[in-house]
Design a protein around this ligand. Structure first.
Ligand SMILES: Cc1cc2nc3c(=O)[nH]c(=O)nc-3n(C[C@H](O)[C@H](O)[C@H](O)COP(=O)(O)OP(=O)(O)OC[C@H]3O[C@@H](n4cnc5c(N)ncnc54)[C@H](O)[C@@H]3O)c2cc1C
Length: 472
């Protein structure tokens, strides 16, 4: 983790960022410290209200902000956590406040873990946007779609982007173009149009489906938890359920299926799915809660990575980051934190330029560094997804299977040893590298632990009884 704050002294030049999602806005924040002007071009009309929008359909879905993401946001926008809290985000400490049910049982809640803030994805995005727009040199052009890259005649240097909006088409010149347009990024097609090579792509698909819904928290609700993460056992019961408090006294509930199993969007089917989780605690909580939204289904959840770092020939002055470069199975909550890592990588690369105007070689250096930075979250998500039958796009080799067995043992140890739990939870929060899971104490604890044969019984919550509602 870099210690220095992001650069704050802008140099000359104009950068264009495609997409005002999390990755685009964080990249824009960093660029504002290095160039005179940053223009973020966004296809959607950005709402004044805090609400999901078309270009970010996952905005309806449950989102957890991991510790690493919050730490990074605070560094990019000092006071960000307070702003988010003032806007209604709920402080949550993992695992003290969150019941986490892994394959091995309930995670030991005595571990110190980490603090975070729980909020809807639109509120997190709106808070970032407000802070970004307060910076000098930032312009957001919304309601405009980037339709192509413009480049020098030989296609070697990107010079800007073609844009289409209600007011017609235009070309926006830029010294640097950053594509943060999400999973639907068209950069591979645009590179082909420029006559250059297109990167390889890896897709691992565990066929995860999210179905999220907002509920009003019942008046007088009390429990010894504020959030729930109930992981399915993807071999036997591939149903998971998350519940987190968000602004305005609501819960966001995500029911997550795998391998073609998914929650129905009607009342009865949704409730039935909640009841089929490995613990009844979530269904019990919902029984007294009033739904305040429809159920929204989401299927775009593959681990999908374009290997820009492997391109032997690429145009200068074009960078790709966020989901446009590397998107994760969202079950592990790594997307927004990885957008933070990408912004930090961009800052580091721009700082190490030989001189202010010299952008030669930046594109290749950035993509290689970003790929190295994201290798661990990628291996984590893919490693988990490859455990399960029916996942397409890869197979688990002998080393991976050994790691799976080791992790199974660690999860058992994490149900009763707060030292193990703490490292495990910190690794999930991206505060620790996965190699931390190989520390001597954890190796020993894993050696002493045996996963139960034939699956695990649906254990009750370890403290008190889970949901208890008190009628108003
Ligand atoms: C179901 C689900 C649950 C998730 N849960 C979590 C979680 O718990 N924790 C977490 O950290 N992450 C989670 N994520 C991931 C997270 O939402 C993203 O990884 C993260 O927000 C980074 O996205 P992005 O900014 O790269 O892309 P996006 O959010 O997709 O934003 C791309 C933006 O680009 C715009 N755009 C697209 N094309 C153009 C164009 N041609 N011209 C102009 N604008 C364009 C779009 O309108 C959009 O605003 C989840 C994702 C899904 C799908």
């Amino acid at each position: 983790m870099p210690e220095a704050p992001v650069a704050s002294r802008p140099g000359a030049g104009h950068a264009v960022v495609i997409g005002a999602g999390m990755a685009g806005m964080l990249a824009a924040r960093v660029l504002a410290g290095h160039v005179e002007r940053v223009t973020v071009i966004e296809r959607d009309r950005l709402p004044d209200a805090v609400q999901p929008r078309r270009g970010v359909p996952q905005g309806w879905q449950v989102h957890a902000l991991l510790a690493r993401g919050l730490v990074g946001l605070e560094r990019l926008f000092p006071g960000f956590g307070q702003d988010l809290q003032d806007a209604g985000a709920v402080p949550v400490r993992f695992p003290r406040d969150v019941l986490v049910l892994t394959r091995a049982g309930w995670v030991d809640r005595r571990a110190p873990g980490w603090p975070s803030l729980s909020a809807s994805r639109p509120l997190i995005e709106a808070t970032v946007r407000r802070r970004l727009l307060a910076l000098p040199g930032i312009t957001v052009l919304d309601g405009r779609q980037v339709t192509a890259l413009g480049a020098s005649d030989d296609g070697r240097v990107v010079r800007g982007v073609a844009v289409r909006g209600d007011d017609g088409a235009a070309f926006v010149d830029a010294d640097l173009v950053v594509d943060a347009s999400g999973r639907g990024s068209r950069t591979p097609t645009w590179l082909a149009d420029l006559g250059g090579p297109v990167p390889d792509r890896t897709i691992i698909d565990a066929r995860i489906t999210y179905a999220s819904r907002l509920y009003r928290i019942p008046d007088g609700f009390t429990a010894d938890w504020t959030g729930l993460m109930l992981f399915g056992d993807r071999a036997d019961n591939p149903r998971s359920g998350y519940l987190f408090p968000v602004e305005d006294g609501r819960w966001v509930v995500g029911l997550i299926g795998a391998r073609g199993v998914h929650a129905a969007t009607d009342e009865e089917g949704y409730t039935a799915f909640a009841r089929s989780l490995r613990s009844p605690v979530l269904a019990e909580a919902l029984a007294a809660a009033e739904p305040v939204s429809d159920v929204h289904l989401h299927r775009g959840t593959t681990d999908a990575r374009w290997h820009y770092e492997r391109l032997r020939r690429r145009p200068e002055r074009l960078l790709v980051l966020g989901d446009a470069a590397c998107a994760f199975d969202p079950v592990y909550g790594q997307g927004m934190s990885s957008a933070v890592l990408a912004a930090e990588t961009l800052d580091a690369c721009l700082r190490s330029r030989r001189s202010e105007g010299d952008l030669t070689g930046l594109a290749g250096r950035f993509q290689r560094r970003l790929a190295r930075r994201l290798a661990e979250p990628w291996l984590f998500a893919v490693g988990e997804d490859l455990r399960f039958p029916g996942t397409t796009g890869g197979t688990a080799g002998p080393l991976r299977r050994t790691l799976h067995r080791y992790q199974d043992r660690l999860e058992v140890a994490a149900t009763r040893d707060p030292v193990v739990t703490d490292v495990y939870i910190r690794a999930l929060g991206m505060l620790e590298r996965p190699t931390a899971l190989l520390r001597p104490h954890l190796l020993l604890a894993a050696a002493r632990s045996r996963p139960a044969r034939g699956g695990h019984p649906p254990a009750p919550a370890p403290v008190a009884t889970g949901a208890r509602t008190v009628p108003a």
